[in-house]
Design a protein around this ligand. Structure first.
Ligand code: CU
Length: 266
């Protein structure tokens, strides 16, 4: 019985490894796959960390349970006693340092990719966070006077609607193009968080944070403030709509016409 369980364990191990490493159907370990190139880079880093963590957990738990089973009490027999084991001590000191070094390297490489900003973004959106809403002001490289602004319309009140509700502002951006976000806060610390993009950054008063998104997936995504900023923090919601470049051009033109006629923004 004991002898026949070993192949089963090996098989289960191989199956588990295949599930973990098995391409696009692999588990996401709680992260989004990333609807931008930057978000997908973050996702790959996260999966790498999760797999590394699982490998360490399997090794540690495996050794613990092996020691429990192998050296369980058998009568009055006492296992061999060691004062020290230099090779083992070298291994368990250097191995974690190597693991941390590898994770650190991939973290730096990925974060540099995510933080890299293009010298020629296709669109520039100034995002202003304030208690309790968002203002998205559009600027175009070729048309500096574009002047479209989308912002939270209502005065603070508890709506408790989904972020994609029309009550909250919508950031519309084109798929496959580089969108520069220039982020500020008008009052206190806020957090500009889009879960599906695996991205969050502080919106700080007096500090400008600049970053790029390159959306790779059409759709509407939830956004929210990720820093508790006061009474109506929970109402600091917005949505992000990724559309085709042609639809984006149509949208921005229609917004320009609407806003120039009304003399204001939504
Ligand atoms: Cu906030």
């Amino acid at each position: 019985m004991i002898k026949s369980s070993k192949p089963i364990k090996v098989l289960l191990g191989l199956l588990g490894g295949a599930v973990i490493l098995g391409g696009c159907n692999a588990p996401t370990f709680g992260a989004f796959r990333g609807a931008t190139t930057q978000g997908h880079d973050e996702f790959k880093l996260w999966v790498g960390f999760a797999i590394a963590g699982i490998c360490v957990a399997v090794l540690v738990w495996g050794l613990i349970f092996w020691a429990i089973a192998r050296y369980r009490r058998k009568g009055n027999e006492i296992p061999r006693q060691f004062h020290e084991h230099i090779p083992l001590e070298i291994i368990y000191t250097t191995l974690p340092i190597i693991i941390i070094g590898v994770l650190f390297y991939f973290t730096v490489v990925t974060e540099n990719q995510i933080d890299a900003v293009s010298s020629h973004p296709n669109e520039i959106v100034h995002v202003l966070a304030y208690r309790w809403g968002w203002r998205f002001s559009y600027y175009n490289q070729s048309d500096k006077s574009q002047g479209v602004a989308i912002e939270t319309a209502a005065q603070p009140k508890l709506l408790a609607q989904p972020a994609t509700s029309k009550e909250y502002p919508q950031l519309v951006i084109p798929e496959g193009e580089t969108v520069r976000i220039v982020l500020n806060s008008a009052d206190v610390v806020h957090g500009f968080y889009i879960p599906a993009f695996n991205f969050s950054r502080y919106a700080l008063p007096g500090v400008t944070n600049t970053f790029d998104f390159t959306p790779t997936q059409l759709g509407v995504f939830r956004g929210q403030c990720s820093q508790y900023c006061g009474l109506y923090h929970s109402e600091m919601l917005f949505s992000v709509k990724v559309v085709s470049p042609s639809s984006f051009d149509q949208w921005i033109t229609s917004q320009q016409i609407t806003q120039s006629q009304s003399g204001g923004s939504r």
